[in-house]
Design a protein around this ligand. Sequence first.
Ligand SMILES: NC(=O)c1ccc[n+]([C@@H]2O[C@H](COP(=O)([O-])OP(=O)(O)OC[C@H]3O[C@@H](n4cnc5c(N)ncnc54)[C@H](O)[C@@H]3O)[C@@H](O)[C@H]2O)c1
Length: 293
Amino acid sequence: MSSAHPPSSTDASPAAAPGGANSAHTAVRTHHRILLTGAAGGLGRVLRQRLGGNCAVLRVSDRAELGAAQAGEEIVLADLGDATAVHAMVEGVDAIVHLGGISVESPWAAVLQGNIVGAYNLYEAARKHGVKRVVFASSNHVTGFYRQSETIDAAAPARPDGLYGLSKAFGEDLSRLYFDRYGIETACVRIGSSFPEPKDRRMLATWLSYEDLHRVVVACLSTPVLGHTIVFATSNNSVSWWDNRLARHVGFVPQDSSDVFREAVYARTAAPDLNDPTAIYQGGAFVRQGPFE
Ligand SMILES: NC(=O)c1ccc[n+]([C@@H]2O[C@H](COP(=O)([O-])OP(=O)(O)OC[C@H]3O[C@@H](n4cnc5c(N)ncnc54)[C@H](O)[C@@H]3O)[C@@H](O)[C@H]2O)c1
């Protein structure tokens, strides 16, 4: 059976790709009205400052206080677990950057509500209101039980390192379903560690600068044909566990690198115990967090 839908990460043709050069993308207006969920969070605040330049109207949402609307902004408070509120949040937008939800290993009830019920509510609202593109903040913890000695690509099966990673794997599968059935394109952006600078030796491999975070989001919003694509999001670090060849059509070209912090990170951190699971597995400390009861 042929499909009218654009390709997925496993069938997209790199030959049809627009190519890299995405430093210019960050100034590109990709959509009229973009919804940014989780806008009160760490990365939400980073993108709230930057995404306004990529749309006419930035609708920011969270369950937490968002302060006053800035120029070009709309504020919609919503709990992702509340389907009615989520539908109101999504109505009228052209694209969604979905950062909202539980962002660390947490008790099941919170993960269930924020990341599983919340993701379902968001995709149902996207379907109902005709939104055709989502950038979903997934996580490296979807594959946290691969070893740091391995390099994986987007075709590697999920190996979540906890309930949080499992919920992101659910979000990835959910978005795949909504692509295959309804043609809603999604980039599952497996964010490494996005902070001002790498905090430890693991983050020398996983670090994503804030500017590269913006670059990857804009690349996913602006690439003509996204399909359903898993994108590993790190800066251009010399050490890497992830191969992005199946996301080449997105055209994300990171411009920063953790390498400039390497010496300082080594100077202030002890060598890891190589028998410690947190040094063996890609998920790092997450592989040992929980259970919580
Ligand atoms: N920071 C990183 O390095 C990193 C790494 C991998 C993935 N991610 C993902 O990126 C996204 C943003 O990360 P962050 O570091 O900014 O996290 P954060 O915890 O700082 O922000 C998450 C935001 O989501 C909101 N939220 C939580 N539950 C909600 C609910 N039920 N309804 C509405 N809003 C809710 C919170 O109020 C918060 O403002 C998350 O989805 C996270 O899983 C981040």
